[in-house]
Design a protein around this ligand. Structure first.
Ligand code: NAD
Length: 495
């Protein structure tokens, strides 16, 4: 049985989409597993004037998809309290503080507080400064802040935000969410890399020709145009998720599996990002925006036709780029990344292509392919290793064979979801799977240079919906004599 956590959890944005879709189900799963039991309370705040009873219904509806026992769902909901709250009104923080103190007594939570900013980022600084000025942090117990993305929109705004948060919270009290770090297969990367003899020694420039990172979404902008118009694919996906995945793929073995040792190795990767200037950024990063297309007989709208998107929007919904690391073990190994909306299929997958053997016994066969290792992050979870073997028959023809492993989909579905793991980490005070300021600042510097180069380009290139992006994304690799390993329209290893 896991150890029970004690805390009053205050969610700013308790009536929002994130709270209902992710946070309440995650909290309920922690309750089912006994991580949360008797000694916790959740205060949901938002502007709407809800009653506690109504809030209980909202929470029970949000967890209905988990098929809870009705009595357990009801008992869980009794831990939830609603406080109508305008984040700009100082008096509301006093009310909130008093309610938190009362619940602290009622549920014996030991003065522990978790403050969860599940609201638009414009409010993060306002909330943090009021938490300080109205003295919401307790003197006994822990005080932890969970903050959602986006963390700034460039280096300067990220720094301003970080300064304002650290005026209220110590750095080790701040948990910056990058939900990719809560995913099963991302957490698995370090185990896979460092607990397998066959990979540990070959994970470097001597054996690896190139690394590819694809985070493909099939959906369009959906209801998030207000946010996405200002962000675009570079800020929304590359600055955080892609960079975090890249660091896990390329970092050296940490001295131990502790937050500080892992961060020390990740920091070396972030420090080694070869910066681009305006000209090299343009040459090594491509962007584009999806336009309407007919997909499976149905018309799919282009980005500029989506609700809330400007008719002349200059927001990129696709990015591909080549990243080089200035580290001895990775000199000359390109890391190709791509991400976008309305691509052919949803898939997050990472591929390492190995160098060919120096002197193949059977000569350079046209049928042999470089060895490749693909790590599937989502929706399927597992690995594939493509190797050369002899084709069945009397001759000696080389053909690629696949070693394939996938987690059992049922077992994978029953494993904790990213938010459940991450909230659990916060309750334990474990910062390993969160983003640190050093990583953020380095990645923003890198991203800002690309953004600056693009802002000089008046025309936004396009790609048809349900494709893998513009031709320029393919040219980026073909000019280096390479190609994307995953090309979903091709018949190749199943993903
Ligand atoms: P949302 O718009 O659905 O919810 C916002 C919440 O803030 C609502 O509860 C609203 O009532 C409250 N609010 C707005 N103005 C307020 C004010 N002046 N005072 C008090 N409350 C106010 O937003 P969301 O989609 O839940 O996103 C919340 C945060 O999570 C954002 O930072 C977003 O970028 C991040 N995020 C969301 C998702 C997602 O899947 N929804 C995914 C990743 C990150």
């Amino acid at each position: 049985m896991p150890e029970e956590s004690r805390a009053v959890i205050i969610i700013f944005g308790g009536s929002g989409d994130l709270a209902s879709r992710k946070l309440y189900p995650a909290l309920f799963n922690l309750y089912r597993r006994g991580v949360l039991a008797e000694h916790f309370a959740v205060i949901g705040t938002a502007r709407r004037p809800w009653s506690d009873e109504h809030y209980h219904e909202v929470v029970e509806t949000a967890i209905a998809g988990l098929n809870p026992e009705p009595a357990q769902a009801h008992a869980f909901a009794q831990h939830f309290f609603y406080q109508s709250h305008d984040v700009t009104d100082a008096d509301h923080y006093i009310t909130l503080k008093n309610l938190a103190a009362k619940l602290d007594d009622q549920f014996a939570t030991g003065g522990n507080r978790v403050f969860y900013m599940a609201m638009a980022p414009d409010f993060f600084e306002t909330i943090a400064s009021h938490l300080k000025s109205e003295h919401l942090l307790t003197d006994v117990g822990f005080n932890r802040l969970i903050i959602e993305k986006p963390f700034g929109h460039d280096y300067a705004s990220a720094k301003e935000l970080n300064d304002s948060l650290t005026a209220t919270f110590d750095d080790d009290q701040i948990f910056r969410i990058d939900h990719y770090l809560g995913k099963e297969m991302i957490q698995n990367l370090l185990a896979f890399r460092f607990d397998n003899t066959i990979f540990e020694g070959i994970w470097n420039k001597k054996y690896i020709d190139n690394i590819q990172i694809t985070l493909a979404e099939a959906v369009g902008v959906e209801e998030r145009a207000g946010y996405y118009e200002k962000a675009g694919a570079l800020r929304d996906m590359v600055q955080n998720h892609v960079m975090q995945v890249l660091s896990y793929l390329t970092m050296d073995k940490p001295k131990s599996f502790t937050t500080n040792d892992i961060l020390a190795e990740k920091d070396k990767v972030f420090a080694a990002l070869k910066p681009y200037d305006l000209a090299t950024a343009k040459a090594n990063f491509v962007r584009a925006q999806y336009v309407g297309a007919e997909v499976d007989g149905k018309a799919v709208r282009g980005y500029r036709e989506e609700e809330g998107v400007a008719a002349d929007s200059q927001t990129a919904t696709f990015v591909a780029g080549k990243i080089m690391l200035d580290m001895p073990q990775w000199q000359g190994v390109p890391i190709y990344i791509r991400t976008g909306k309305r691509l052919t299929r949803k898939s997050t997958q990472l591929t390492l292509t190995f160098k060919p053997v120096a002197a193949p016994l059977f000569g350079q066969s046209a049928d042999s392919k470089p060895d490749t290792l693909t790590i599937y992050i989502e929706p399927s979870e597992g690995y594939s290793l493509q190797l050369n073997g002899k084709a069945l028959g009397t001759g000696l023809t080389i053909e690629p064979d696949e070693l394939r492993y996938r987690h059992d989909p049922k077992a994978a579905a029953a494993a904790p979801e990213a938010y459940e793991r991450l909230i659990n980490n916060v309750l334990e005070g474990d910062q390993t799977n969160f983003t640190h300021w050093s990583e953020l600042s380095a990645s923003w510097h890198f991203i800002d240079a690309i953004q600056a180069a693009w802002s000089q380009e008046p025309n936004m290139p396009t790609y048809p919906a349900a494709t893998m992006g513009p031709q320029a994304a393919f040219d980026l690799l073909s000019r280096d004599g390479r190609e994307w390993f995953w090309q979903p329209h091709r018949v190749q290893m199943a993903d």
